[in-house]
Every structure is written in C-alpha cells, then in structure tokens.
Design a protein around this ligand. Structure first.
Ligand SMILES: [Ca+2]
Length: 385
C-alpha cells in the first residue's frame, strides 16, 4: 500500500506534466479543429510547428494527425487509469487509518470504562468505611460541662489545661464545644461569653443569640440554648461569674450564687441568686425599675425590653433598648445598668447611643470605669443531693 502510494506520488508530477503536454497538444489541436488541413499540408506543418518541427511532411499529414490523436487518447487513458488507481489507493489508505484509529479508540474506551468501575468501587468502599467509622465511633464528649470535666480529671491529671472541650449536658440532644477555664479561681468554668478585642460583631439578630456565634478561643456568645442546657441539668446548681478588666488594667468581678434560665418559650428569662463581688450588682441596679433579674432576653428583632411603647433614658425617648445599645442582645429592662455585649472599642457616643460594654455600678469617684474586656462564665455549685 505505502509503496503504491509513494510510486504514485513520485509519478504524479510527471503525469501532471504529461497532462499539461496533452492539454497543450489538445489546445493546439482544438485551435486547429476549426481548420481543414487536408487541402493544405503547409497549414498542418504550420499548426504543428509548436509541437514538433518537421522540415518536410514525409508522412501524410492526416496520418500524422491521427497518430497524434491516438497518442493523446492513450496518454489520457493512462492518466485516468492512474488517477483512478491513486484514488482507490488513497481511499483504502484512509479507510485503513480510520479503522486502526477506531480500534485504538475502542481499546481506550474499554480501559476508561474499567477505570471508572474501579473508581466507583473505591468510592463506595470509602463511603462504607466512613459510615462504619462514624457509627462505631461517635464523637466522645469529655463531660456534661466544664465542672464535670474538671471533677473527672482532677484525680488523674496533675494540671488540667484550659481550652476547648466537647460537652454533652444532661437532657441535651447533642454534644457541642465550649471553652473551659481550668486555671481561673479553682477552674471548672464553662465560658458563656467573652469580649476583649472587638473582632466579633455582636450586632446580631435573635436567632444568632439563640444559637451562639464567634470564636470559642476568642470573642464569642455561646448561645442561649446551650447555656440553658448546661445550667438546667438535674440535681445541679450553677453560679455565674462576671470578670471585668478596665482600660487602666484594673480587674473586678460580680458573682451570683445561683443562675438559671427559663426555657425558649419564656424568652430565656434570667434568674439570679445572691450577689457577691467588687463591681457592684449592675444586673439589679439601684432600684426596681433598673432590675434585670427575671427579665426575658431581647434582641434587635425581638423586643421584650419593658419599654412598651417607650422609656425615658437620659432625657431621651427609647423604644428599643437593643437599638439603643448598638443592636446587641441582652436581658434589658427599661434598659438597665448592665449590657456586657457592648463594644470594647473606644466610646463612640453617636446620637446618645450606648455602644460600650456596660456595668454601670463599677465606678471610680462616681465615674463608671471604661471596660476593655469581660468574660461571663458558669460553674457548678457543690450540692448535697
Ligand atoms: Ca420596646
């Protein structure tokens, strides 16, 4: 096949040149077709002058013309035959190449199909082992809360580190992560709120205050549902501790010996026991109107703040304590003297708003401290039950 093609390709210029000759002969012939050569041999000689010079017409001119015509027909026939052969060979070559490519494609397709099957088998294998792993090894909680973790580790670990632990409070549907402070005042504290650098946005709607937000190792709000589960466990009592640091690095605290929340249908109303500390009882304030104990939780989109339709504060009419306090959530009551979800950044009292962390009973020379960080944490109180 290749040899035939090569020979044809080598012959082609020659054949085409023959064609040219034949054509030019043909043209000369055609040009002469309209003339009658039989009467005048000189005309023939003149007409054939471009093809071949004959000094004398030794062969009769009509025979010469016939011979030339026959030669032309023969060359044309050979040329046509060669072209036909060439065409057939080319078609066969193309067919062979295509068949070969098709065979290669078929082999590739088979290999791809085999690979796909292998990948699918592996995927299902991985999925199966994952399912088995999760069903066999559920996430292990470290305890019911940070106090429980501390109590169970204290006898086996010389120093329990502070950090993120997984807890599963009694009667809770699932485990979740919390930050446990194991160094502060005896340890065992479950952190429910931290504010120290202003990097987390506390301007949040109700749903976020319910579920929690932020970074457990940094600023965060654990979430009312989680805190509810922690402090409402059977046969337990919890204390709450508020640790404050001022701009001048003065520390202070407020502690309540009992702390619990009502359930979600009652908007997680807060219940506080006896106060102890150095920062004053801002939760209760100085009179009943400022008392946030037993107040339901409010957010910018859920208004339980006791200003209905409005309150008077600093000679201003306030309809929403959350809006007045930088759109944060809190147990506001007309709005009160405490809001630890305010911003630790420099005061920006625009339009009389209270944007800062607020614990208004902590004062120096009658002036409230500027608070730069706060942590709210809860711990079990030992009970005899
Ligand atoms: Ca209101």
């Amino acid at each position: 096949m290749m040899w035939t093609t090569t020979v044809l390709l080598l012959l082609l210029p020659h054949l085409l040149s023959s064609t040219d000759t034949a054509s030019s002969t043909n043209v000369n012939q055609s040009e002469s077709d309209g003339e009658d050569f039989s009467d005048d041999p000189g005309k023939v000689q003149k007409a054939l002058g471009g093809v071949k010079r004959w000094d004398t017409c030794s062969i009769p001119c009509d025979i010469t013309v016939k011979l030339l015509r026959d030669e032309k027909h023969s060359i044309c026939g050979q040329l046509q035959q060669s072209l036909l052969t060439f065409g057939r060979s080319t078609r066969k070559l193309i067919r062979d190449v295509m068949e070969e490519q098709q065979r290669a494609l078929d082999i590739l397709s088979t290999q791809v199909a085999e690979l796909m099957t292998k990948v699918q088998t592996l995927s299902s294998e991985v999925q199966r082992s994952n399912t088995e792993m999760y069903s066999m090894k559920p996430v292990q909680s470290h305890g019911r809360d940070c106090s429980d973790i501390k109590d169970s580790l204290v006898s086996v670990v010389p120093k329990i580190p502070s950090g993120i632990y997984i807890i599963h409070p009694e009667n809770s549907d699932s485990s979740f992560e919390v930050f446990c402070e194991m160094d502060y005042m005896g340890g065992g504290w479950t952190v429910m709120q931290r504010r120290n650098d202003g990097l987390t946005d506390f301007k949040r709607p109700w749903a976020d205050y319910i579920d929690g937000f932020g970074n457990l190792a940094g600023e965060h709000w654990l979430g009312l549902r989680k805190v509810f589960h922690i402090v409402n466990q059977k046969d337990t009592r919890f204390q709450i501790h508020v640790a404050l640091v001022s701009q001048d690095d003065i520390t202070s605290y407020a502690s309540y010996d009992d702390f619990r929340l009502d359930n979600e249908t009652q908007f997680f109303s807060i219940h506080l026991g006896r106060y102890a500390g150095s920062a004053g009882d801002a939760f209760r304030g100085y009179d009943q109107e400022q008392n946030q104990d037993t107040a339901p939780f409010s957010a910018s989109d859920v208004d339980n703040d006791g200003c209905n339709p409005s309150c008077s504060m600093d000679s201003r009419v306030v309809e929403s304590c959350s809006t007045q306090h930088n759109h944060t959530g809190w147990w506001f009551n007309q709005c009160g003297l405490a809001n630890l979800n305010g911003s630790p950044e420099d005061a920006e009292r625009h339009q009389g708003q209270r944007t800062r962390i607020l614990w208004d009973t902590w004062r120096q020379n009658g002036v409230p401290h500027t608070i730069k960080s706060v942590t709210m944490k809860v711990r079990r109180i030992a009970t005899n039950n």
